[in-house]
Ligand binder design. Sequence first.
Ligand code: SMG
Ligand code: MG
Length: 370
Amino acid sequence: MTRVRMVELRLVGLPLVRPFRTSFGEMTEKACVIARVETDDAVGWGECVAGAEPDFSEEWNEGAWLVLRDLLVPALLEVDTVRAEDVERVFAFVRGHPMAKATLVNAVLDAELRALGRSLAAHLGAERERVECGVSVGIATSTPALLEQVAGYLEEGYRRIKLKIEPGTDVERVAAVRGAHPDILLSVDANAAYTLSDAEVFRALDAFGLLMVEQPLHHQDLVQHAALQRQIATDVCLDESIRSAADAEAAIGLGACRIVNIKQGRVGGVPEARRVHDVTAGLGVPVWCGGMLETGIGRATNLALAAMPNFRLPGDTSSSRRYFPDDLTQPFELAPDGTMAVPTGPGIGAAPRPDRLEACTLRLERFQKE
Ligand code: SMG
Ligand code: MG
């Protein structure tokens, strides 16, 4: 049990090394909310995975800021004492907003683990000291530009390449990358850009031996994904459609996917991500760790999760330098063998460098316990 004395919210902005384009838009800068929670015993950090626009999901930075400022932070400061495992219940009066909730759920857990001197990885029963890393390649301006980026990432050691796709260039781009690299683990992510009437595209993609096709259809759909999965050989992986362990169980029961992408922020934080892990493990369905171009705070959190036993495929847990010229934390580095070390320090085992955090801060608000 501890008391939360103070919560600090910051909106931060960091330039990206190169624009990141998906089927729904392009990012040139990373902006997100970072929470610092001070308890009687320790300080904890949480990163909100929402972005500048409500495009990946309904949540976005300005909305998350209001939900945190007006609802979640006051609720957390109002309870007398709290354990990390209680925080989801404290927030249950707010429906939805999993990314906003995850920010504080994770920050309180981080503080609790730091006070105990225990790493998040150990808390989660992680089994590996290093995890296998893949990289998500945004939609390029041309096929030659894509081939150049892919070759560069393979040179760095990444063990799986994921191509963002959109209607029009999908099959041609996949064919080009597969032609250049016959043996790599290759997957695609459509970010919900297709409908069931495009099943032909996915039947064509079956020819390229893809590891999976991620979220081809609507961001809330399960039933049509099940229909698509019946028509294609490649495994469907769901990302946007999975908001909880209950969703994962329903999706697998319906035959809507054979692989699940776990993003802790999308499901409301580390505790629910662990439940998704456990339910999928029980059903024999592999998972992997997704990414939301997190700074080192979210990246450290993801690495601990990715070390759990049912994370059986390389994750979108790429090096800091794949995203940022200068991360908020010490940079996370990819080893030449395509793996990354799981942090071993207390809590998430990473914290912002104070000078870098100040330099990236666009807005700051502090909330004290009454
Ligand atoms: O963190 O490397 C990363 C990005 C991985 O492709 C990635 N994420 O749908 O899986 C996904 C996308 C969402 C990005 S929203 C800007
Ligand atoms: Mg995805």
